[in-house]
Design a protein around this ligand. Sequence first.
Ligand code: NDP
Ligand code: OXD
Length: 313
Amino acid sequence: MTLVLVGTDSFPDRWRRALRATLGDRYRLQELPELDDPEAARVAVAWNPPPGWWRGLPNLAAIVSPGAGVHHLLRDPDLPDRLPIVRTVDASLVEQMGHYVLWAVLDFHRQGDRYRQQQRQRQWQLLPARRAADCPAGLLGLGRLGLAAGRQLAAAGFPVLGWSRSPKDPAQLGAIAGFHGPEGLAALLPQCQSLVCLLPLTPATAGLLNRDLFDRLPRGAAIVNAARGGHLVEADLLDALTDGRVGAAYLDVFATEPLPPGHPFWTHPAVTVTPHAAALTPPEAIAARVEAVLAALETGAPLPEPVDRSRGY
Ligand code: NDP
Ligand code: OXD
């Protein structure tokens, strides 16, 4: 059986090495352009593939996304429904994202940008301190990553208000106050001193971080976007930062990646840019997920965590 490796330009070497180390010689690993026997291709590992990449692979049975997000696969409108998609989420990814979110919310809360600016000016000046208990954090998305990030924020003393598509079981939410649907969002936004986006990018969530949403937050709240660039209307954020409606932004993902050198986010004093680095899937986790998918296909067992194509995540 052949495992097809598909990337935008080429498949990252570290992923290929981990796959080889885990799978040994049991499967052939071939990149799409060099594929010599398309009929033998049963599973593809695909990250940001070009549209239509799957055409010509008649026996493909499953696609593995090396990341937690699957928008890079579903944006191909012709990808057949019959092809199941399995995403990769592991404990390390969840921990890293929790830390990223906690770091961003704490940095804003402890006025890191203002103290760094004062340091550059050799200025010794105390700023007023606020209690975490008085600064609720909003969390858009209560999935694998959102729930874990919410628990970290709650453990640091922030009241956490979480938003999902469907209502959540209180036992799952723990200290997080749950909101759902459009009414839930309307009730949550005016309460949040910081707002974190950990939603999947779908037609329903694209462009959600926009002027209208910023206007419903308390003045000066922070935005943290660690989900996808397509959630944010960048021009609306720049306007809101300029007139102080939004106080700071921590951005890990962008409409265009890498962020173009001339982009205003690079130099904006209230914007912290990280290069899509909030949480990196360990190569071994990708290999383990591929191994589990291959085993499921061989034994006829259900695939692990398949994406619900009708929801888009
Ligand atoms: P999950 O699929 O586990 O959870 C998604 C959450 O979003 C669920 O709570 C879901 O609600 C909610 N949701 C989806 N659509 C809506 C909607 N229309 N309205 C309200 N809530 C909605 O995702 P993960 O937590 O695993 O990952 C989230 C995203 O994080 C990924 O899709 C990816 O894009 C991004 N990511 C970014 C990384 C980075 O390094 N920057 C790394 C990894 C992931 P419900 O519970 O009701 O289904
Ligand atoms: C992911 C990512 O989706 O790294 O895992 O963005």
